[in-house]
Ligand binder design. Structure first.
Ligand code: SF4
Length: 277
């Protein structure tokens, strides 16, 4: 979320809610395989990452192979940059990154996204290299970035560590958001409850307006009151930029139009907000 504030002039953001499930105990059971943790290393690293990135965790029991299995449900709250042209990043200029010096940590940690385990690096790298449109150097002369379950590229490793530090720094902010989700007052009606996030989990992540997060941050004293308006104004400029891009999809145009109306209303003193799955 901090990164979204720093890049509000560049990308259009939504506040995203996503749930993850992981068995409490590592095992070679179907439960562990279902969770994507197919080795003890992956399991424990995944657990460590979810503990670091999740805003809340909840115990629950699920039936697997006829037995009750103890799981932990993790709620992750983050900022999602809207993809308006099917994968063509808004910062791409003449096939180069136009914001290279301040590109997001997700880009700095490519191809080992900071939310993914190092243990699954080989599979991630293979999938990345195979992605259509990417021009990865796989020659013998290419630098070695991953070896024996560890990311060894210093810049990528630093970006992964920095992402954990930013998550820690955002902890008070996500705590304040969760408190509003639990309160479910009319003032926070634009936020989903955890049950609503869960009901939509099969459809993917749930998103709502990023300005909700900024208002909560301002109310909690985490940002200056005027900062919320500055960020909303920056988003209005970014929305205008996206709408002007040739190739911006019809679906994206609808979302951007709704956001534009909502943000203008905010700057004029109103607070209408839309939520979507
Ligand atoms: S590195 Fe690529 S995806 Fe990341 S901001 Fe730059 S152009 Fe966009």
């Amino acid at each position: 979320m901090s990164e979204a504030a720093a890049l509000a002039d560049m990308f259009v953001f939504r506040l995203m809610f996503r749930l993850y499930w992981l068995p409490v105990h590592e095992s070679r059971s179907r439960a562990a395989r279902d969770s994507g943790a197919n080795s003890p290393e992956t399991f424990f690293e995944r657990k460590r990452l979810l503990n670091a990135f999740a805003a809340r965790k909840y115990p629950l029991k699920l039936r697997r192979d006829g037995k009750a299995v103890a799981y932990t449900k993790y709620l992750v709250i983050s900022a999602l940059a809207l993809d308006t042209i099917g994968g063509a990043c808004s910062a791409l200029l003449d096939n180069k990154c136009g914001i290279h010096d301040r590109r997001p940590l997700s880009c700095r940690s490519v191809p080992f996204h900071y939310s993914r385990t190092e243990a699954s690096g080989a599979a991630d790298l293979t999938a990345f290299v195979a992605t259509k449109g990417y021009e990865c150097d796989t020659s013998d002369a290419a630098p070695i970035v991953w070896d024996s379950g560890r990311v060894i590229d210093a810049d990528i490793a630093a970006a992964r560590s920095q992402a954990l530090a930013v998550a820690q720094q955002d902890r008070r902010w996500s705590d304040a958001i969760v408190r509003r989700m639990n309160a479910k007052s009319s003032a926070s009606s634009s936020l989903p409850s955890v049950d609503e996030v869960e009901a939509n989990a099969r459809l993917g992540a749930m998103t709502t307006s990023m300005q909700v997060a900024w208002r909560i941050a301002a109310d909690a004293g985490l940002i200056a009151p005027g900062e919320c308006d500055r960020l909303v104004a920056a988003q209005l400029d970014a929305i205008g930029g996206e709408l002007a891009r040739p190739g911006c999809s019809q679906e994206a145009r609808r979302t951007l139009g709704d956001m534009q109306a909502e943000y203008r209303q905010h700057l004029n003193g109103g607070q209408a907000i839309a939520m979507s799955a």
